[in-house]
Design a protein. Structure first.
Length: 337
């Protein structure tokens, strides 16, 4: 019988911090015809505590964005449960679910595609307010200007259109829209990856300032591990629909317990040429397998440099379990990493 998945609860915040979000054994399979399905998310469990930033990293196609859309209930789960506070979102439908979505907002990846070019900035930011009939008239206009100031934009720009702004400014508009309803959780889905490096730093600093000021909780999804280390309290590593490691940000980067995490970290460039030349790159063979037909046992065994085949790596799926204090990993041989 399969073991119950571990729920990652580690946080650098106080240990008595209340979980804001709980994800329990969530599965999302997309039908692909001929009786097949894409196993985008396959049995994922974790918690996000109030006020923390949980970083989520992994290769393209591993299921990060799908998981973000499941947490915010933009798409339904195939199975499993998602809670915000004591409310089980996966049981809600219609107006009850819509009202809960006020607490869950998303900052999308592409600031050029996520803003309607036919709407003014003021109308874009006010769209959540109009949708939920929260504010009207003068109060609505004041809230728009307050949000523009909050993200570092001129409040008098509310009558301009998205094409009049740079990429970084557009992303600030997207952040203002996400904050309009005072959400509990903000999902940053690759929110900086489409921006120049110098602008990325400004947006990350803005997100940190807003978190302190508004007591926000973030699920921060990115493929740049150096940025994730900077902003996150914890880091969760995903591979082919599965969580393979979760730990405090410092522990993840200094003492990885999964070979996939170690390979990702070895690929981070170091600005010092001498240090970079002396580093050992962990090379992964082959391509990431298809989520239509994921490998048996450990899904990483087809590319793993320390795999022992066929048993146990190709035959038994390793559970996500504690390998060190508050450090979870799904690996049969984490001591060899």
């Amino acid at each position: 019988m399969a073991s119950t998945p571990a729920i990652a609860t580690l946080s650098s915040r106080p240990s008595n911090a209340r979980p804001l979000v709980r994800v329990e054994n969530v599965v999302k399979h997309f039908p692909a015809g001929r009786g097949q399905s894409v196993k985008a998310v396959d049995g994922v469990s974790f918690e996000i505590r109030q006020g923390e930033t949980l970083g989520l990293v992994g290769e393209s196609g591993c299921g990060k964005s799908t998981l973000a859309r499941l947490v915010t209930q933009l798409i339904p789960v195939t199975s499993g449960k998602i809670f915000i506070g004591d409310v089980e979102l996966t049981k809600l439908r219609g107006e009850k679910l819509r009202q809960q979505r006020r607490q869950l907002q998303v900052i999308f990846q592409d600031p050029f595609a996520s803003l309607d070019p036919r709407m003014t900035v003021g109308d874009i930011i006010a769209e959540p307010l109009d949708n939920f009939k929260v504010m009207r008239g003068k109060a609505r206009d004041q809230r728009i200007q307050e949000l523009l100031r909050l993200v570092g934009l001129n409040p008098n720009f509310d009558n301009r259109y998205p094409h009049e702004f740079s990429g970084g400014q557009r992303q600030r508009i997207g952040i203002a829209r996400a904050l309009a309803l005072n959400p509990s959780l903000v999902v940053c889905d690759e929110a900086i990856s489409a921006l120049d490096v110098s602008i990325q730093a400004q947006i990350v600093n803005l997100l940190e300032d807003l978190q302190r000021e508004l007591k926000l909780t973030y699920l921060f999804i990115a493929h740049d591990l150096s940025v994730v280390r900077h902003i996150s309290d914890r880091v969760m590593v995903m591979y082919l629909g599965k969580i393979v490691e979760v730990a405090d940000s410092t522990q993840t980067y200094t003492n990885p317990k999964h070979p996939y995490t170690k390979a990702l970290l070895s690929a981070i460039p170091v600005p010092d040429p001498k240090v970079q030349r002396g580093r050992r790159l962990v090379e992964l063979t082959g391509e990431i397998p298809s989520p239509l037909h994921p490998p048996s046992g450990c899904r990483f065994h087809t590319r793993c440099p320390i795999a022992r085949l066929p048993a146990p790596c190709a035959e038994t799926e390793p559970p996500l379990e504690e390998k060190d204090r508050d450090h979870l990993a799904a690996c049969h041989f984490s001591s060899d990493v």
